[in-house]
Design a protein around this ligand. Structure first.
Ligand code: UGA
Length: 431
């Protein structure tokens, strides 16, 4: 099938490359010329495991191409996926300007039957708005359908998530649209749920908000564990054994970050409010999350007997492992908090995210390894659970630290072992 993907960010590029891999002819569109030049050389402007290989292979096979011209990409395609960004405005509302711009461009190029699919995360009822806008702006007699097909791609495992989804959600208002999308996904072995467009849109916001709620819930339980001496890992395991609850997304820590959960929770709070629905539950989810960084730094401050003028090592800056993305990363907030408390020096290390965080904090010390970061520090803070951090020579680390203190925001190590090794060790929800 001929496909155009409008917006070649994380979602668009993964979607385009994966559809090409499934045998479709895909044109990925973006207005950023620098990005387009990189894509044409098979280079990717962000880190996503396996994506460079997939893009390169499909470019070579001629199934994937890149363009800055929305009109010709739309004219040449049957299915158009809108994958542009939908960031938060200061009010918490969704910034729909990129969607609006895409809709106007698509409308101009509607020559024969097209299926226009929202993949970006958008407020419920956007499909209705998109349909009306296209009807208003398209040439008379243009034949098209609108659909919603939300993405469930996690950064760091996006290709796997695309190829092996738990479910495919298809929101449509016609048989023709449904059968095109079912056909597109037919080679993936996954349950397909066909719904109306509004329900599909809601499934996305509801799913991300529910997962964020699970994380805030377990983080609130972690606080209770810290007060009582219970162990959050055992509590989460015991809860997760109940199939109705499940084990996933019960890892306590320093809070959720990234470009999705914080933005989508805020957007959903706003959407509910506008519709006159009481959803204070989600405000609490957000509130609990926002306090995680402050709570963590307070504990470190106490352990050190005052953090002012101390040197702090940080392991991990990205919002989660296997990505270089630092958007809404807990590390960003924790560094801000440390600076507020006037630490003397921050020595940071991350395998992928240092270049990105340098734009926010150009004046902290960046190191080439976790060992180098720990040298001469009064404490190490573990802020991202990169696999490598699990297999470090901790005795070597201990000997290079000024004080043998590790504050583990991701529960990477065993508290008993750490204490036996002579560390003053704090974790989240474990004593
Ligand atoms: C999330 C969803 O998981 C995807 O299904 C969705 O498609 C995507 O948002 C999106 O809307 O585009 P992502 O933000 O890449 O994916 O990452 P997650 O793996 O969901 O993690 C989000 C945050 O929650 C991270 O900061 C992570 O460290 C934190 N987290 C996750 C926890 O603190 N505890 C957990 O148990 C799980």
């Amino acid at each position: 099938m001929k496909i155009a993907v409008i917006g070649s960010g994380h979602v668009g590029l993964v979607t385009g490359a994966c559809f090409a891999e499934l045998g479709n002819e895909v044109i990925c569109v973006d207005h950023d010329k620098k990005k387009l030049r990189m894509f044409e050389n098979g280079e990717i402007p962000f880190y996503e495991p396996g994506l460079d290989r997939l893009v390169h292979a499909n470019l070579t096979e001629g199934r994937l191409s890149f363009s800055g011209d929305t009109n010709s990409a739309v004219s040449a395609s049957k299915v158009i996926f809108i994958c542009v960004g939908t960031p938060s405005l200061k009010t918490g509302e969704v910034d729909m300007s990129a969607i609006e711009k895409s809709a106007c461009q698509i409308a101009k190029s509607l020559n024969n039957y097209k299926l226009i699919v929202e993949k970006s995360t958008v407020p419920v009822e956007t499909g209705q708005w998109l349909l009306k806008t296209l009807e208003k702006k398209a040439p008379k007699g243009a034949d098209f359908d609108v659909a919603s097909n939300p993405e469930f791609l996690r950064e760091g495992s996006a290709i796997h998530d695309f190829m092996h989804p738990d479910r495919i959600i298809i929101g449509v208002s016609s048989e023709k649209a449904a059968s095109s999308l079912v056909h597109l996904y037919s080679s993936l072995n996954a349950p397909i749920l066909i719904t109306d467009i509004k329900s599909a849109e809601l499934i996305k916001h509801a799913s991300n908000s529910f997962l964020a709620m699970k994380i805030s819930f377990i983080n609130a339980i972690a606080d209770i564990c810290e007060k009582t001496g219970a162990d959050i890992l055992r509590v989460a395991k015991g809860m997760g054994l109940d199939e109705r609850i499940g084990h996933d997304f019960l890892n306590a820590g320093i809070g959720y970050g990234g470009s999705c959960f914080p933005k989508d929770v805020s957007a959903f709070i706003n959407i509910a409010k506008k519709l006159g629905c009481d959803f204070k539950l989600l405000e609490e989810v957000r509130g609990i999350n926002e306090k995680r960084s402050i709570h963590f730094v307070k504990r470190v401050d106490k352990l050190l007997g005052g953090i002012k003028n101390k040197t702090i090592a940080i392991w991990g800056l990205s919002f989660k492992p296997d990505t270089d993305d630092i958007r809404e990363a807990p590390a960003v907030y924790i560094i801000k908090e440390l600076m507020k408390k006037k630490v003397k020096n921050i020595r940071a290390y991350d395998p992928k995210a240092m270049d990105n965080i340098k734009n926010i904090y150009p004046n902290i010390s960046y190191c080439n390894s976790p060992y180098e970061a720990a040298k001469g520090a009064h404490a190490v803070l573990v802020l991202t659970e990169w696999k490598d951090f699990k297999h470090l020579d901790l005795l070597k680390i201990k000997s290079s630290l000024k004080k043998p203190i590790i504050a583990d925001g991701r529960n990477l190590y065993d508290p008993g072992k750490m204490k036996r090794m002579g560390f003053q060790y704090i974790a989240v929800g474990r004593v």
